[in-house]
Design a protein around this ligand. Structure first.
Ligand code: NDP
Length: 247
């Protein structure tokens, strides 16, 4: 089964990479289920997809709440009868130097970028295990591969999700449940991600980078589509994607 008719759940689908992925996958015949906190945006995106002839449903989701993740998966199953792909994409990046001690923001990044992914795994894994198939994809970052000043905690959460994806696939292979996993490492992508930065110096530095080079989120969406589109016995594990001119 390729993308067509697959039921693809997307967290962080109200903007940026999640929104672009929902639109692209729906245009290629997937049934997409959108989750995020801004339900007005979700409704608008889902309506747009349906107007274009695609299939989309949405449900308000805060990934930090384990029960809401379970409800999100149950909603998708009730709506479309199955769950094939869980794209764990929700995230935020309030960058700052460690010395600024923005501990509330550290907590928030761990809660959303890391624990949110764990809650999503916990919600969908029982379905995938029961049906002996399924795919998790997560949006890490180039900050999950390389250290950057102002990005310690963000980078730590993004390093961690890679481990989750790879071990999940290995364990699933050992258990005979055939779950595929992929990790995507985007560089500078034009989205709303920088809006969460409160540290003045970090914001200026990041704005400078993103003003110099960025590509649109539909480019990342095409990588998500590529990972889903592989035959069931084929796992593509990791992709780095960013502007050609980014050092
Ligand atoms: P956006 O800010 O446009 O999207 C972030 C998404 O995450 C939004 O849909 C937001 O929805 C959602 N989100 C945030 N907190 C929560 C929460 N508690 N529960 C549910 N959803 C939540 O940025 P991007 O599209 O860029 O970000 C998507 C992913 O890509 C993130 O994981 C980010 O770290 C990663 N990334 C982005 C890069 C870039 O340059 N843009 C580079 C590398 C990685 P809402 O606020 O409605 O809940």
């Amino acid at each position: 089964m390729s993308i067509e008719n697959k039921v693809v759940l997307i967290t962080g689908a109200s903007s940026g990479i999640g929104e672009a992925s929902a639109r692209l996958l729906a245009s290629r015949g997937a049934k997409v289920v959108l989750g995020a906190r801004r339900d007005d945006r979700l409704r608008q995106i889902a309506e747009g997809i349906e107007e274009d002839g695609g299939q989309a449903a949405w449900r308000k989701l805060d990934v930090t709440d384990p029960q809401q993740n379970k409800d999100f998966v149950a909603f998708a199953k009730e709506r479309y009868g199955q769950v094939d792909v869980m794209f764990l994409n929700a995230g935020l990046m309030p960058s700052s130097p460690l010395s600024a001690l923005k501990t509330d923001e550290w907590d928030r990044m761990v809660d959303v970028n890391l624990k949110g992914v764990l809650h999503g795994i916990a919600a969908a894994l029982p379905e995938f295990t029961a049906q002996k198939s399924g795919q998790f994809i997560t949006t890490s970052s180039v900050a999950g591969l390389k250290a950057y000043p102002n990005g310690a905690v963000y980078g730590a959460t993004k390093w961690a999700v890679r481990e989750l994806m790879e071990v999940l696939r290995m364990e699933s292979a050992m258990e005979g449940t055939h779950i595929r996993t992929a990790t995507i490492y985007p560089a500078a992508i034009q989205t709303e991600l920088l809006n969460t930065i409160t540290d003045k110096g970090a914001k200026e530095a990041m704005n400078q980078t993103y003003d110099s080079y960025q590509i649109t989120p539909d480019r990342v969406a095409s990588v998500v589509a590529f990972a889903i589109d592989q035959p069931e016995d084929t796992n593509v594990s990791e992709f780095t994607i960013g502007p050609t001119i980014q050092p």
